[in-house]
Write a protein of this length. Structure first.
Length: 203
């Protein structure tokens, strides 16, 4: 004759174990979600706060300063600052738009990382209205290589509608300043390498 012994588990211990299992499951789920999201993209305002002052004669410009906010009944309208900077030297921080078919002598700069799939969606893309068309005067007629990460660019600003590649239309353009010449140190020479936040496309 066998006697079965029943072990009594206190209700508080049961509740504690259940809570611990729920927390562990949530941590695994959160970790998987963060991994699927990819790396955290720093906001441009955070990066801009750590930049050195612009050189004399150069004005800092933000994407948020392109159009007046809130949008009125007439739609998007240029801000007073943007119109006053037409033809002037500016400095702007943004992300190079990744394109399946990169252009020659030009690329797009946006306030956040974006990838275009022109072959599939044509102009039905996620480009914000504040996208900047960047021209690279003097560059050879070769596709502009993609440069990941934030980029700090300096050049001459132009405001107004302009037809660009792929039958697109640009409202704000930047003629990029040429890269600084190499500096010589003794028998060797080198090109100053800017930090990540001030990268520029290869020439």
């Amino acid at each position: 004759m066998s006697i079965k012994k029943h072990i009594s588990v206190p209700p508080l211990l049961v509740a504690t174990l259940a809570l611990a299992l729920r927390v562990e499951a949530h941590d695994h789920s959160h970790a998987a979600h963060e991994q699927a999201r990819g790396p955290v993209i720093p906001h441009l305002s955070v990066l801009a706060s750590n930049l050195p002052p612009a050189a004399k004669g150069i004005t800092d410009l933000k994407f948020s300063e392109f159009f007046a906010s809130p949008v009125g009944p007439r739609g998007l309208e240029f801000t007073k600052k943007l119109k006053e900077l037409d033809g002037q030297k500016v400095r702007i921080l943004g992300y190079m738009v990744r394109q399946m078919d990169p252009w020659t002598n030009a690329f797009l700069l946006a306030p956040l990382p974006i990838q275009l799939h022109e072959c599939e969606y044509a102009q039905s893309d996620d480009l914000p209205a504040t996208t900047l068309y960047v021209r690279m005067p003097g560059r050879q007629s070769e596709p502009v290589p993609f440069t990941p990460g934030p980029m700090l660019l300096t050049g001459t600003l132009h405001v107004g509608p302009v037809g660009i590649e792929n039958e697109r239309r640009s409202w704000v353009q930047l003629d990029l300043d040429p890269a600084p010449p190499a500096r010589k140190t003794g028998a060797s020479s080198f090109r100053q390498q800017p930090p990540v936040a001030t990268a520029r496309p290869a020439l």
